[in-house]
Ligand binder design. Structure first.
Ligand SMILES: Cc1ncc(COP(=O)(O)O)c(C=O)c1O
Length: 390
């Protein structure tokens, strides 16, 4: 069972701190290692045999005490059996997809997933003989229709990248399961604080820990969180590929996770305040935010999520490109950057690329990540720059 929201803050503080004999420091130290030493051959052989199992110390690439602590912590936050830590969120998505398919299989991918995940499917999976088709994650009947006898996985994201519509996680997971296919969700936006997809029936959750989970815009890390049934396959694929989270990123993630609950509490409130302010502005045609009733799938969000991240988009009335540049340049507290979920506020124009359910909303979509600056000052900054868009 995933921790309840009440116990989640306790779990974030107390999990992942290593055994009591680790030393007296509050934090697990940075664990930098490649070679691990054994007292005798029998010990080495036992480790070799158990190297695919959770927690077996064999060689640095297979894990070390700090990475195992972090993985177990993330697994418990999600209510999973185990987790695998990788070098990036993209590696988590691609390795999960590789573990769930082989040549001749078909996989279904929601057309609103993170762009590079799509690129991987189109450029790598297809090259190795996996058929990939895209579906509209807001239509479960469309998903059912797109299933083929050889469909082995359904990959989706909640909410959709850049456009924030919220699919029905339970229905998608159930549809995949009834067909004998694995459901994999990119749960980066919500983090385990706001949504725990395994409890909704999803088989595998992938996260970019480079966002809120690390939380400080400095670590690159990804996680695949698994049920007991999927853990072995996912871990073996990660090891076969040879991907691994670096020691420093493991350390930074463990540190960042301590404050995840507090940070999410801030961004849910600050994000909504800024989003509501945007909704009242003249040149804003729509705010794409799951907590807004106008957001497709708002009912799904209300049912399955306990909060909203500080990442949302605004659709501005159509305007010339030069005006968009002037608006962004005039912002003093928002910087341009592709990531999100750190302490700093960010702005990024996005172009939704959709093939199953074409994006038809006119206007310019701009994504905002709300950080920890004063919310009043952020709104004042936006207010001063907004006239440049008209
Ligand atoms: C939803 C989502 N998933 C995955 C990723 C990839 O994560 P990483 O940058 O850690 O590879 C991103 C990055 O922007 C993302 O937005």
């Amino acid at each position: 069972m995933p921790p309840t929201n009440q116990s989640l803050s306790n779990a974030l503080v107390h999990l992942g701190r290593g055994p009591a004999d680790q030393g007296r420091s509050v934090n697990l130290p940075l664990h930098q290692c490649s070679t691990l030493l054994f007292d005798d051959l029998a010990g080495f052989q036992a480790a070799r045999e158990g190297r695919y199992e959770k927690g077996t110390l064999y060689y640095g690439r297979y894990g070390n005490p700090a990475s195992f602590e972090l993985e177990q912590m993330v697994a418990e936050l999600e209510g999973g059996h185990g987790a695998v830590s990788l070098s990036s969120g993209l590696a988590a998505a691609t390795i999960a997809l590789m573990a769930a398919s082989q040549a001749g299989d078909h996989i279904l991918v929601a057309d609103n997933v993170y762009g590079p995940t799509r690129e991987f499917c189109d450029s790598v999976l297809t090259k190795f003989g996996v058929q990939v088709t895209y579906f509209d994650s807001m239509s479960v009947p469309a998903l059912s229709q797109a299933l083929r006898p050889n469909t082995t996985a359904v990959f989706f994201e909640a909410p959709g990248s850049g456009t924030f519509e919220v699919p029905d996680i339970r229905q998608i997971a159930a549809t995949a399961r009834d067909h004998g296919a694995l459901s994999i969700i990119d749960g980066t936006w919500a983090t385990p604080v706001f949504c725990q997809p395994l409890a909704l029936g999803v088989d595998v959750v992938v996260h970019s820990g480079s966002k809120y989970m690390g939380g400080h815009a400095d670590s690159m890390i990804g996680f695949i969180v698994c049920t007991e049934a999927t853990y072995g396959t996912m871990r073996k694929m990660a090891l076969a590929i040879g991907d691994k989270a670096g020691a420093q990123d493991v350390f930074l993630s463990l540190r960042g996770l301590r404050t995840l609950d507090m940070r999410m509490k801030h961004v849910v409130a600050a994000g909504l305040e800024v989003a509501r302010w945007f909704a009242a502005q003249a040149n804003v045609s729509r705010v794409l935010h799951p907590a807004f009733e106008s957001c497709p799938g708002h009912e799904n969000w209300k049912r399955d999520f306990s909060g909203a991240a500080g990442l949302f988009s605004v659709v501005f009335d159509p305007c010339e490109e030069a005006k968009l540049h002037a608006f962004v340049a005039a912002l003093k507290l928002f910087s341009v950057g592709v990531s999100w979920g750190g302490f700093e506020s960010l702005v990024l124009p996005v172009t939704p690329y959709r093939t199953a359910a074409p994006w038809t909303l006119p206007g310019r979509v701009v994504r905002f990540s709300i950080g920890f600056e004063s919310t009043n000052d952020l709104i004042a900054d936006l207010g001063a720059a907004l006239p440049l868009l008209t």
